[in-house]
Design a binder for this molecule. Structure first.
Ligand code: 3PG
Length: 398
């Protein structure tokens, strides 16, 4: 990929697609991680004299201006992260935005309004791409987490400006490529989350690439039930039993070990503080729901980690948002962090819930790499081409 680091920046006006789609609470940025990660890469570009016009979406306003989804407070937060004033333009594109972009001096930053206030963004529309292109002279895609969307600001724009990858885009691609395509072995993937049906492609791709896949969360219930074990009222998907068998067969063909829980934690209420019962696999009562992996399962995962060189993690192992069912997720996160600090493994994690669980366990900074991406991270692990990355692969005249 051609990168922004290959370009002399002092006289360039960069049109940078960032992902400033951050959680907001009452008009205030609730988690600035994405802003901070973007700002860290932007700072050196500004120091080299670049002028930056920053584009992003926020939420899903469906092509209509929605004041509560304005990027204005996010632009202010970006200013705080950069330690400098950031201008804000109340429109997405057009003459007002062009004037604001033309007024930028070296090192200045302008953020334009939420791209998705314009219905042409999600339609990957050429006329919006042309209007956006008028705001800069080099397009920089720094939003790996939006690369699975073929939108005007990620795909059509590349028909109108030379296109390069930004610092965060490069960091994400390099970390994920290393973890998935050339991992230090043995490589272990932890796949949790609620449903097998949303992660079939991911599991199929992973079993061909890593040495062991630890299945956790609600997904594990479907695997246990497919093996004839009782799961009571637990979330599980009988319609996926056949798929589960296919995944198990493929894993066997590929020499990949599928690691399932060896004990369970069940309860009768999906509630914080509900009584947790540790039980053998065949002891989930009819009225019980399995909300976490048991202590022997945790030890089993620790053992597997002890022999691993790469850990790739997506999806919590239990109902991590309610205590005490966050225990397995936390215990496994803490151990992965410890091994990473000791230099024994490379640990890579991604996905909204996973990152929230690592934050709750206080170990995010210990991981080798934590992706800012949710959907794009999943699609990458599924082995799909991301349209926003594909277009950057074409030869570029910068
Ligand atoms: C994300 O949060 O994963 C990206 O910003 C993409 O958002 P979207 O799912 O609304 O396209």
């Amino acid at each position: 990929l051609k990168s922004v680091h290959d370009v002399e920046l002092s006289c360039r006006r960069l049109l940078i697609r960032a992902d400033l789609n951050v959680p907001m609470k009452n008009g205030v940025v609730a988690d600035a991680t994405r802003i901070e990660r973007f700002a860290a890469g932007l700072k050196p570009l500004l120091a080299n004299g670049a002028r930056a016009v920053v584009l992003s979406h926020l939420g899903r306003p469906d092509g209509m201006p929605r004041p509560e989804l304005s990027l204005e407070p996010v632009a202010a937060a970006l200013g705080r992260a950069l330690g400098k004033d950031v201008a804000f333009c109340e429109v997405v594109s057009g003459p007002v935005a062009e004037k604001a972009a033309a007024a930028l001096g070296p090192g200045d930053v302008l953020v334009c309004e939420n791209l998705r206030f314009d219905p042409r963004e999600e339609a990957n529309d050429a006329s919006l791409a042309e209007e956006l292109a008028a705001l800069g002279d080099l397009y920089v895609n720094d939003a790996f987490s939006c690369a699975h969307r073929a939108h005007a600001s990620t795909v059509a724009i590349t028909e109108h400006l030379p296109a390069v990858a930004g610092p965060l885009m490069l960091a994400e691609i390099s970390a994920l490529t290393q973890a998935l395509d050339a991992p230090l072995r043995p490589a272990v993937a932890l796949v949790g989350g609620a449903k097998v049906s949303s992660k079939i492609d991911l599991l199929i791709n992973l079993v061909g690439k890593v040495d062991a896949v630890v299945v956790g969360g609600g997904m594990a219930n479907t695997f246990l039930a497919a093996n004839g074990l009782p799961v009571g009222k637990s979330l599980h998907e009988p319609a996926q039993f056949e798929t589960v068998r296919k995944i198990l067969a493929r894993a066997q063909d590929c020499g990949c070990e599928i690691v399932l829980p060896v004990d369970i934690v069940w309860t009768d209420r999906f509630e914080s503080g509900a009584e947790a019962h540790v039980a053998e696999l065949d002891h989930c009562p009819e009225y019980g729901m399995i909300l976490d992996a048991g202590p022997r399962s945790i030890e089993r995962i620790w053992d597997i980690f002890a022999g691993a060189k790469t850990i790739l993690w997506n999806g919590p192992l239990g109902a991590f948002e309610i205590e005490p069912f966050d225990h397995a997720t936390e215990a496994v996160a803490v151990e992965a962090a410890r091994l990473t600090r000791a230099g024994q493994v490379r640990s890579i994690a991604g996905g909204g819930d996973t990152v929230a669980a690592l934050n709750a366990a206080g170990v995010t900074d210990d991981f080798t790499y934590v992706s800012t991406a949710g959907g794009a991270f999943l699609e990458w692990i599924e082995g799909k081409e991301l349209p926003g990355v594909s277009v950057l692969k074409a030869p570029q005249l910068v």
